[in-house]
Design a binder for this molecule. Structure first.
Ligand SMILES: C[S@@+](CC[C@H](N)C(=O)[O-])C[C@H]1O[C@@H](n2cnc3c(N)ncnc32)[C@H](O)[C@@H]1O
Length: 338
């Protein structure tokens, strides 16, 4: 596979899971077949698995329904020189123009070029290298790794506040480029349900959907303008149950929004499928108000037995039936998952 030298995402992404890796690693299975990651984003878990050699010899399917993101990965894979040349020039422009340069690139170059590409059918194979470079530039210098479109489909993320943003990480991009051109690695635009068509018993699937808002006021709705509401969360639960029943090793990280908790904790079908749930503390930075980014809990659902040395802050709750223990007062320490 590729050289391993601290492989990690080259994009910042809302909901990126770098901070949660110490927790998620406990669930990486000892053995598995193919690997699927249907909510790829910046791919924190994918790059981590790769870096640890855990994907060597395994077929990998990475997908996301954000066509710009996948188009960017495709060009980093097959046209890295062109991407880097454009990115170097953007970085130089940013050095001189800063925030004004960001806005000018976003409004007079990125959005118009995107519109042309979209009008031509949004084919990933024709996503221009210049667009890929602009996406990386806007991502590295824009607000908090957000990818947000307005109602007419234009990218409208405001500039971020960084003194010296690292725009071109050549080594990381070279490593990622080699990754995306590996014969066993497929990167595609797809809705998460596609994994149902492909994953077989013993394969490993990691799901990291957009978070449901934790409260009615936290109305962050998503990444591409379409949002990921209760209906999608329900469909996702069904996909998890179907895969687990098939013997696929699944791992889901999700928010502890009430609508999500209802779908998993104490849910009979979830328990029958052999899935268990855990909650653990996490920091989340989606809220624009820094004082509302405090510690929150994260939900993990999996049929993989986690490694034993979990942080003592972990809590476990059974999902085997509707009568499973509920409520903060009755949480137990982590127990074997089956
Ligand atoms: C929480 S982010 C994933 C973050 C990722 N784990 C990381 O470390 O960067 C969720 C991703 O799901 C994608 N997404 C949203 N709705 C989707 C859907 N219906 N099917 C597939 N991907 C979707 C978004 O574009 C976004 O990249």
């Amino acid at each position: 596979m590729v050289e391993r030298r601290g492989l990690r995402p080259f994009l910042k992404w809302v909901g990126g899971k770098r901070q949660l890796l110490p927790v998620l690693r406990r669930f990486y299975p000892n053995t598995h077949g193919a690997y699927f990651e249907p909510f790829l984003g910046s791919g924190a878990v994918f790059f981590d698995l790769l870096d640890q050699g855990l994907l060597d010899g395994h077929a990998v399917t990475l997908s996301d329904d954000n066509a710009d993101l996948i188009g960017c990965y495709a060009r980093v894979g097959d046209s890295l020189d062109a991407v880097l040349a454009a990115l170097d020039s953007l970085a130089a422009g940013h050095g001189e123009g800063g925030r004004d340069h960001y806005l000018q690139v976003r409004d007079t170059r990125f959005n118009p070029a995107r519109a042309v590409w979209r009008d031509a059918g949004s084919d990933i194979t024709t996503y221009p290298a210049e667009l890929a470079a602009m996406l990386i530039y806007l991502n590295r210098t824009g607000y908090n790794g957000l990818f947000r479109l307005n109602s007419t489909g234009e990218y409208n993320v405001p500039p971020g506040r960084y003194d010296r943003p690292r725009i071109v990480d050549r080594l990381l991009l070279e490593l990622a480029s080699r990754t995306f051109t590996l014969p066993d690695v497929r990167v595609q635009v797809a809705g998460f349900q596609r994994v149902l068509d492909d994953a077989l018993a013993d394969d490993f699937v990691y799901f990291d959907p957009p978070y449901a808002p934790l409260s009615a006021t936290a109305n962050f709705r998503g990444y591409t303008g379409r949002g990921f509401g209760d209906a999608e969360q329900e469909r996702l639960q069904q996909v998890l149950i179907a895969l687990a029943t098939r013997g696929v090793k699944v791992l889901l990280s999700n928010s502890t929004a009430p609508a999500v908790i209802r779908l998993y904790e104490g849910n009979a079908a979830v328990g029958v499928a052999g899935l268990r749930t855990w909650r653990f503390p996490a920091r989340r930075a989606v809220n624009s108000k820094a004082d509302r980014r405090g510690p929150v809990e994260e939900l993990v659902v999996s049929n993989i037995r986690p490694a034993p040395s979990l942080p003592s802050t972990w809590q476990s709750r059974a999902s085997a039936s509707n009568t499973a223990p509920r409520g903060p007062g009755r949480r137990s320490r982590l127990a074997p998952s089956r």
